[in-house]
Design a protein around this ligand. Structure first.
Ligand SMILES: Nc1nc2c(ncn2[C@@H]2O[C@H](COP(=O)(O)OP(=O)(O)OP(=O)(O)O)[C@@H](O)[C@H]2O)c(=O)[nH]1
Ligand SMILES: [Mg+2]
Length: 380
C-alpha cells in the first residue's frame, strides 16, 4: 500500500506571521516669531497590543500599510502654544516583536495594552529653532509574530501526537494510553543530516467544544496560533473520548478538528497543514485508510456523516497526507522529508511575496515621469 499523495487543490494558505509597515510621526507646527509663540509637537505613532486582532486583519484593513500621525498646530495669536498633533495607533495582537527594517528590536508586545513608540513626532517651532518646526521620524518597521515552533501537532487525545514527536525527534514527551497525557506544549527538534533543524510543538489533545473552552480549550488553541504550519494527527481507526461520547472515525476527526479551529479563529485554517494518519500497524488499518482516502477526495459528499453544526465552512486541503505508525516507525522517514519540503516551499513563497511587495512599494515611490539626467540628452 502506498498512499502518500496530495489531496490538495489549494496549495498553500496565506497566514500572515510578519508585516512590514511605513510609520511617520507628524511634523511640528510653526512657531510665531512676533510673539515668541511655540508650535505644537507632531503626533507620535504607537503599536498597541489589542485582543482579537491579527496581522492579516491589519494587512486587509490597511492595504497601503502606512501609519502617519497628525501635524502639530501652528502657534497663533489666540493660542501661542500650538496643540500637539494626533497620535496614530497601530493595533496589533500580543506575542509580537517590533523591529526596525534591519532587525533591531524596538520593543515587544507581550500582553494586551502593551505599547511601543515607533515614530516620534517632530518638535514645534520655537525660539530655539528660529520658530521653525522639525519633521516627524520616518521608518519602516516590522511586526513579527513570535512563533513557538515551525509545526504544531493538532489532534484528539490519544491520536499519538506525543508518540509521533518521539519518533521524529529526540524529545521524550510523556506518552499514555489515557486522554490528556500531554498537559502543556513541549517542543522537539527534528534534525536533518545537513544540520537543518525544524521545531515541532507537541500540544495537548483537542476535543469537541475546545473553542468554548472545553478540555484545554483556549489555552491550547492559543499555541496553535503561534506555529508556522499545522500537522493534524488522527488515529486511522477512529477515536472515542469516553463511553458516553460518540465514536468518531478518522474522517470525522479531521472535520471536527477543522471545525474547532474554524470556530476559534478562521485564519488558523489558512496555515499550510499536513495530515498524518497514525497507527497504521493496527489490524484494520488498511481498510480504514482506503475508506478515509475516498472520503477525503469527496469531503462534501461525506459530510452527512457529521452532525450538521459540526461541518466546517471550508475544508482543509492538506499539503501532504501521510500514513505512518509512530510505534513501528513505518512512514516516519518519509514524513520527515515531507515536513521539510512543506516548510521550504512555504518559505520560498513567503520570500517571493515579500520581494514583490517591496518592488511594488519602490514603484509607488518613483515618480511616473522620469526626469532627464545631466549629460544625457532627453528624448525629443
Ligand atoms: N498501535 C499503535 N499505538 C500507538 C501508536 N502511536 C501511539 N500509540 C499509542 O496511543 C496511545 C496514545 O499515545 P500518545 O502519544 O500519548 O497520544 P497523544 O495524542 O499525545 O495523547 P494526548 O497527549 O492525551 O493528547 C499510547 O498508548 C500509545 O502507545 C501507533 O502508531 N500504533
Ligand atoms: Mg500527548
Amino acid at each position: 500500500m502506498v498512499w502518500v499523495g496530495r489531496v490538495c487543490c489549494r496549495k498553500y494558505g496565506n497566514f500572515v506571521d510578519n508585516l512590514r509597515l511605513y510609520v511617520r510621526g507628524g511634523s511640528g507646527g510653526m512657531g510665531l516669531p512676533r510673539l515668541g509663540g511655540q508650535g505644537g509637537d507632531g503626533g507620535d505613532v504607537w503599536v498597541v497590543a489589542k485582543k482579537d486582532i491579527t496581522l492579516k486583519r491589519i494587512k486587509d484593513k490597511y492595504p497601503h500599510k502606512r501609519f502617519i500621525a497628525g501635524v502639530g498646530s501652528n502657534s497663533s495669536v489666540r493660542a501661542l502654544k500650538g496643540a500637539k498633533g494626533e497620535d496614530a495607533y497601530v493595533f496589533a495582537p500580543s506575542g509580537i516583536s517590533v523591529t526596525t527594517d534591519s532587525g533591531r528590536v524596538i520593543g515587544e508586545l507581550n500582553s494586551e495594552g502593551d505599547k511601543v513608540l515607533v515614530a516620534r513626532g517632530g518638535h514645534g517651532g520655537s525660539f530655539h529653532s528660529g520658530f521653525l518646526p522639525s519633521k516627524g521620524q520616518t521608518r519602516q518597521i516590522r511586526l513579527d509574530l513570535k512563533l513557538i515552533a515551525d509545526l504544531g501537532l493538532v489532534g484528539f487525545p490519544n491520536a499519538g501526537k506525543s508518540s509521533l514527536l518521539t519518533a521524529l525527534s529526540h524529545a521524550k514527551p510523556q506518552i499514555g494510553s489515557y486522554p490528556f497525557t500531554t498537559l502543556r506544549p513541549e517542543i522537539g527538534k527534528i534534525m536533518y543530516e545537513d544540520h537543518r533543524q525544524i521545531s515541532v510543538a507537541d500540544l495537548p489533545g483537542l476535543i469537541e467544544g475546545a473553542h468554548v473552552n472545553k478540555g484545554m480549550g483556549h489555552k491550547f488553541l492559543k499555541h496553535v496560533e503561534r506555529t508556522r504550519q499545522l500537522m493534524l494527527v488522527v488515529d486511522v481507526c477512529g477515536f472515542q473520548l469516553a463511553g458516553n461520547t460518540p465514536f468518531r472515525s478518522a474522517f470525522e476527526a479531521v472535520q471536527l478538528l477543522t471545525k474547532e479551529l474554524e470556530l476559534y479563529k478562521e485564519e488558523l485554517l489558512s496555515k499550510p497543514a499536513i495530515l498524518v494518519i497514525n497507527k497504521m500497524d493496527l489490524p484494520e488499518a488498511e481498510d480504514r485508510l482506503r475508506e478515509l482516502e475516498e472520503q477525503l477526495h469527496n469531503q462534501e459528499e461525506f459530510c452527512h456523516l457529521l452532525p450538521r453544526d459540526s461541518v466546517p465552512k471550508t475544508f482543509l486541503h492538506f499539503t501532504h497526507t501521510v500514513p505512518v505508525s509512530a510505534s513501528t516507525g513505518y512512514g516516519i522517514q518519509h514524513l520527515k522529508q515531507l515536513i521539510r519540503q512543506s516548510l521550504e516551499e512555504h518559505e520560498t513563497m513567503a520570500t517571493e511575496a515579500q520581494t514583490k511587495e517591496r518592488l511594488k512599494e519602490l514603484r509607488r515611490d518613483v515618480p511616473v515621469t522620469a526626469k532627464p539626467v545631466w549629460g544625457v540628452p532627453s528624448p525629443a
